[in-house]
Design a binder for this molecule. Structure first.
Ligand code: GLN
Length: 250
């Protein structure tokens, strides 16, 4: 059977900051360039999803107001099928506001706490309307021999990890989860959350391929991903990493 990468984009019109939609385009483009078919399902407010509708679920970022609009539907309607999909090996990638809603709760700048999906052992508290936002370019080093991840962050929320989640990486340049413990993002199994906007994946093709490989392994284990040249990507990464590391470690 021809391998198919099935992607579900949650709240594409509501949670989409700094071109987060670009992550979908990169995943689809890199799969198609290897002759892998791709389907993209947009699922917004009021749309039902099934655990077998996709193998990779994506949630983008948003301001507190957008998160508040999405959360009732996310936790009330989508949590069950998402948790079942994850239990069955599906991949979840969430960025910034979406990342915060993967945790136990998000305490916004104002108003009541927003309950989270509790797919990751973490919580987030906004530091308050007058506190500085954590803004700027960000470079993190994942564990093992994974290449650095680079992007842009802008968040008022400070995220803290519980024992059940490991960081996506250590901050090399920038603020990360809370500007204090040098952790950035979180991961557990195939569930990934990060503050890296930009969008994330055009600048981090190896991570995009990892997500594609993991998503395909749910139904098409062993599907080869022939290496792509990634010349422009490599040049952009090198330029950005050299500039940022030099700025942060003069
Ligand atoms: N509203 C959240 C915060 O301020 C997330 C922002 C975002 O997605 N960039 O922390």
């Amino acid at each position: 059977m021809t391998p198919v990468l099935r992607i579900c984009h949650l709240y594409p019109d509501l949670l989409n900051l700094y071109g987060d939609r670009g992550n979908i385009m990169v995943l689809a483009g890199r799969a198609r360039r290897r002759g892998i078919a791709v389907t993209v399902l947009d699922a917004g407010l009021g749309d039902d999803i099934g655990p077998d509708d996709a193998d990779l679920f994506f949630i983008g970022g948003g301001e507190d107001r957008q998160q508040r609009i999405a959360v009732g539907d996310l936790v009330g309607r989508k949590r069950g099928p998402l948790a079942d999909a994850v239990a069955d090996g599906a991949v979840v990638l969430a960025v910034c506001g979406g990342y915060q809603l993967l945790g136990k709760f998000y305490r916004p700048a104002e108003g009541d706490d927003l309950p989270g999906l509790a797919l990751l052992d973490l919580w987030t508290e906004h530091a308050g309307p007058s506190a500085p936002r954590l803004i700027g370019n960000l470079v993190i080093q994942p564990d093992g021999d994974e290449p650095p991840l680079i992007g842009f962050e802008n968040h008022g929320g400070r995220t803290y990890l519980g024992p059940g989640a490991r960081p996506l990486g250590r901050v090399v340049a920038g603020w990360g989860n809370n500007g204090r413990d040098r952790t950035e993002g979180a991961a557990a199994g195939h569930v990934y959350g990060t503050y890296l906007h930009g969008p994330l994946l055009p600048k981090n093709p190896a991570f995009a391929d990892r997500l594609i490989r993991e998503a395909l392994s749910r139904r098409f284990a062993g599907t080869p991903l022939v290496p792509l040249p990634d010349i422009l990507e490599a040049q952009a990464r090198e330029a950005m990493i050299n500039r940022l590391v030099a700025q942060h470690h003069p």
